[in-house]
Design a protein around this ligand. Sequence first.
Ligand code: KG4
Ligand code: ZN
Length: 372
Amino acid sequence: MPLEKDNRRLSGARILGIESSCDETAAAVVEDGTRILSSVVASQMETHGQYGGVVPELASREHLKAIVPVVRAALARAGTDYDGLSAIAVTYGPGLVGALLVGLTYAKALALARALPLIGVNHIEGHIHAVISQARGSGEPVGYPALALVVSGGHTHLFEVREGLRYRLLGRTRDDAAGEAFDKVAKLLGFSYPGGPIIDGLAPRGNPKAVRFTLAHMKGNALDFSFSGLKTAVLRWVRQQGMEAEIERRRELQRSVPQPTLEQWMEATPQATLDLLASFQHTVIQELLLRAAAAAEEIEARSLIVSGGVASNAGLRAAARAAQFPCPVHFPAPGLSTDNAAMIAAAAFPKFERGDFADFTLAAQANLALAE
Ligand code: KG4
Ligand code: ZN
């Protein structure tokens, strides 16, 4: 698209990022691809919590309500207005199509009204960039080839990332994503959505060796993942142990308190269940790190990037440190693991430098792939 203003200043370039692919409405201003001037996230947790998962229609409606105030807050906190921006970046997939459309349509309207270039960003590339740009900003850039383990509520992928940001898919989940497994196990045990942070908080109080779950054996690509068998094994365990009464107690807690604290969950969770949670989390972590180690060896990775919502898991971080990978391991800073727009603005920066702009035909793509 033609540039009506000189927006392509490469130094001091400020990109407004917009993210609405799932259940967070987010906007951020990032300077030069690394300096986060603001990052605002409006979570819909309270809306979806009572349903035990994201309800797409409600997500779109909540995005519509939040998008204008969230973008305004991001600009205000960054101390800038539209004239101070160099481009608008927006997630166009993968994700819920109705949710994506809210951010995408708003970004297009802003770009048109303010004569700013529009940059389309893949959400998964955003998660990877949360780490790449943070590492660059701290003066210890990631080495290439890098192995990226993207673990969130919608994705569990292993990518090889080569110099010049070329991606190759090495493995992916064949059924549930890792975050989805956390959420489903939490739900069946009577905890609220999202279950990942709750299990993360409770697992250290349990014995991770108490229940021995078998690891998934993958036929075909050994770098693929599977978590549905583990979820079924937890369900079987729950039925065998007759845990209905305590599960009902936690459902009751959810009904009486909108967002119970960790202490309240603790009080409603017997030791045997804490052991079950610890064992489940331990198994997920093993699945992730075993395959990451094999993939890192296969591509002779010079760095490992772990990113996505599950990357905030304290047990995963500790286990990755203890595993002594032969290359540096990079995790996102707090606030950059789960969905945010700073990662979208950061991922847009290399595209901005290349002049890789989208036009107004850019469409939302629910199943957008980063690499085959
Ligand atoms: O990246 P994200 O915000 O959204 C997607 O792109 O999916 O990830 C959300 C997922 C949810 O499944 C949530 O339960 C999980 O990340 N999650 C966690 C933790 N924090 C969020 N899982 C385990 N431990 C955590 N601390
Ligand atoms: Zn995400």
